[in-house]
Design a protein around this ligand. Sequence first.
Ligand SMILES: NC(=O)c1ccc[n+]([C@@H]2O[C@H](COP(=O)([O-])OP(=O)(O)OC[C@H]3O[C@@H](n4cnc5c(N)ncnc54)[C@H](O)[C@@H]3O)[C@@H](O)[C@H]2O)c1
Length: 354
Amino acid sequence: MKPVKIALMGAGLIGREHARFLKANQEAELAGIADPAPSAQQLAAELDVPYFSDYEDLLSHVSLDGAIVALPNSMHREAGIACIRTGIPTLIEKPVADTEEAALAIIEAAGAADVPVLIGHQRRHSPDIVRAKQLISGGQLGQIVTVNGMCQIKKENQYFDNLWRQQPGGGPILINLIHDIDTLRYLIGDIHSVHAVTSNNVRKFAVEDSAAVILKFTNGSLGTLLLSDSVASPWCWDLNSGQGAYFPHTPADAYHIGGTEGSLAIPSMKLYKHADGGDWHDPLIVEKHEIAESHAYAAQLQHFIDIIRTGAEPLIGARDGLMTLAATLGVGRSAAENREVFMDELLPMAEHSV
Ligand SMILES: NC(=O)c1ccc[n+]([C@@H]2O[C@H](COP(=O)([O-])OP(=O)(O)OC[C@H]3O[C@@H](n4cnc5c(N)ncnc54)[C@H](O)[C@@H]3O)[C@@H](O)[C@H]2O)c1
């Protein structure tokens, strides 16, 4: 079988990772890189692939089977729709877009052109999350009652030299917490409401450095999330899973999921149950569930190749990406307005148009 020809738009931090995984997959061919940065031109030369400073030029000069959009969030709409109009399946990095309106425009364009769109929430492809989904769906935990997630990391000071990272929208809610929200939506179900407080007490930037969030899910489960980019701790999936593209593997648990029949810690995959289906008077038995050796980004790319080749349904399409984005934006809105914010009020347009 001939490899599928995939273009890369944006060869920055994550775009370079995509380039690496594209080069490593024999079913794919990196068909071109579009990015005005001199470092991207250099990368294209090193990888011996066609280079364009403008992604429209790439789209019009190279015959493609698919494209990956790894551009700044504000460009996802314009570049995503350009790819969709070319008729090629498109992997758009998370978040689907920077606003709900922009996400809706992508959804509408994809629907009109009948082109599949995959959103780059790579944790859904990670073997621990895949296994957790199986255990929860298979009823091993019983009814899910509670869930707790943490993303507490210490980012380096130079990270904030990019001034947009100091401004609203450039903080850990949209960059990091969105992954946790998407993972919990995938494992537990849709979110009904969010209630949050945020703080900039450590870094003193206009944007938050920390947040505490209460979630209600539509199925009645309750959740809490703790987020900070200023805490020296091991509690973050990127560190714990061993899947992170650029972090040392630090075993610990980022999620605890509580059910009526048992509780699961992720990614250690320890499932706790009382002996003989008993209660707190009975010993807790720990089952350690093994997971596959696969890598989330590589599995995501393989899924994208399947979408291109077989028309497989995207594991997370643009509409699903919008639901994750809306809940994440709701965290910021809740903190700003100091109240519980409901998904229904965040998605009035989506309810009608999607
Ligand atoms: N899934 C993940 O794990 C993950 C991790 C990091 C970033 N991301 C997402 O990926 C996207 C990119 O983030 P990043 O951290 O790589 O950003 P980045 O700033 O490192 O890279 C963006 C690249 O886009 C290029 N660019 C800007 N304008 C362009 C244009 N008109 N045409 C082509 N290229 C252009 C820039 O030169 C830069 O190289 C964001 O949406 C981000 O949320 C996802």
